[in-house]
Design a protein around this ligand. Structure first.
Ligand code: ZN
Ligand code: ZN
Length: 412
């Protein structure tokens, strides 16, 4: 039996336990940086499976386990060959979303207004499964670091862990993350040798006029009209200033102005909030540099004043090509060539695993979880597809085990 099959068979024998664990996590969701009970449960489980070290409170509620292999490091390499990784990090996120759940299952959320609608309950359960397998078998050299991260949903928990010295305390040569993906059929695995997800930036625009009577616009500076021109003008950036072969999106998604009860009051101020998405640093730079002068000059043309704040929230999630190749090989061992998508098109969504990939070479994968009638991520009836728990756990485990089983020179 191959090592991949052995991992799958070990984790399939844990399927009932993993399902129970996943459903328990689902029933007790916690928001970003509030994952106290989740972190407690994760730490207990890690101790129970025999992890060598369990560290808590890293970047808030983050947990890291260290599992050491039993094999000795590979023998001396031929001259010029690079040594392979000595430590591999595996990351799962633990947080839930502020949403009202409409799932009708016995394991539905017990906390009103909080819901595991992104499947991070599944990610946590799969990484705990991988830890159980790795601690039981230890058929690798070096160390595996299992990272349970808080606050992925918009709060930058990965950044918080890095700021707390994650990779200084647990030096890792490679890092892997994954996300369940209902748009990909269950049993498939997708990734790309480069960009997986976009950089996500926040745009806030304040337009100030003078306000006045709707019947006497000539005595006012109307910021609502200016906002209309600003909304139209910013689209010219993507259409006319970005190379059409490179992608970017600008979406102004929220607008506040005036009072719906005041049909003839021109307000003094309009606020707009939106997001800019891009894959490349130069495209992101261009959007950031051009937005403010464009918006300010449009406002000026109408006698109004505009201020723009551009905040970089998450960088683009970019896989390291050689590590993505390793991950694709691991995926192929587990599900076969036909079920691995090696050139998955990037998504305009964003992911704070990007910060970890800026710090350490690595790869981010999508684990197919799609099923007949299954709901999409961030919807009120979403539920993680428990059928893939053993596969996801085996994928995490093999990403580390295979990397720590042979010298890089032979592997890449
Ligand atoms: Zn999400
Ligand atoms: Zn998510």
């Amino acid at each position: 039996m191959s090592q991949a099959d052995a991992a799958l068979s070990f984790l399939s024998s844990c399927h009932a336990d993993l399902t129970r664990l996943r459903r328990h996590l689902h029933a007790h969701p916690e928001l970003g940086f509030e994952e106290h009970r989740t972190a407690e449960l994760v730490a207990q489980q890690l101790h129970a499976v025999g992890a060598d070290e369990v560290h808590r409170g890293i970047g808030g509620t983050g947990v890291v386990a260290v599992i050491r292999g039993r094999r000795s490091a590979p023998a001396a390499l031929p001259a010029g060959a690079e040594p392979g990784p000595q430590a591999v990090a595996l990351r799962a996120d633990m947080d839930a979303l502020p949403m009202h759940e409409e799932l009708e299952a016995p394991w539905r959320s017990t906390r009103s207004g909080v819901m595991h609608a992104c499947g991070h309950d599944g990610h946590t359960a799969m990484l705990l499964g991988a830890a159980r397998y790795l601690a039981a078998t230890r058929d690798f050299h070096g160390r595996v670091h299992c990272i349970f991260q808080p606050a992925e949903e918009g709060l930058g928990g990965a950044r918080a862990m890095l700021d707390a010295g994650l990779f200084e305390r647990f030096p890792s040569d490679w890092v892997f993350g994954m996300h369940n993906w209902p748009q990909l059929p269950a049993g498939r695995i997708g990734l790309a040798p480069g960009v997986m997800m976009a950089a996500a930036d926040r745009i806030t625009i304040e337009i100030t006029g003078t306000g006045g009577h709707g019947a006497h616009p000539h005595l006012a500076v109307d910021p609502v009209l200016v906002a209309g021109h600003v909304i139209t003008a910013v689209q010219s950036l993507v259409a006319r200033e970005i190379n059409p072969q490179q992608q970017a999106v600008l979406s102004l998604c929220a607008m506040q102005a005036g009072d719906l009860g005041a049909m003839s009051v021109i307000p003094r101020r309009v606020s707009l909030v939106g997001t800019a998405r891009s894959f490349r640093a130069d495209v992101q730079q261009r959007l950031e540099e051009r937005l403010a002068p464009l918006v300010q000059s449009v406002a000026l043309a109408f006698g109004a004043h505009a201020e723009l704040r551009y905040e970089r929230v998450y960088p683009a999630t970019v896989n390291t090509p050689a590590v993505a190749f390793h991950a694709a090989e691991v995926a192929t061992e587990l599900v076969g060539d036909a079920a691995v998508v090696r050139d998955l098109p990037p998504s305009m969504g964003a992911e704070d695993f990007a910060f970890m990939l800026q710090a350490v070479p690595g790869a981010y994968l999508r684990l197919g979880t799609g099923s007949e009638g299954g709901a999409q991520l961030h919807t009120t009836r979403f539920d993680f597809n428990d059928a893939v728990l053993p596969l996801g756990a085996a994928l995490y485990a093999r990403l580390a085990e295979r990397a720590l089983s042979q010298p890089a020179a032979a592997m890449l």
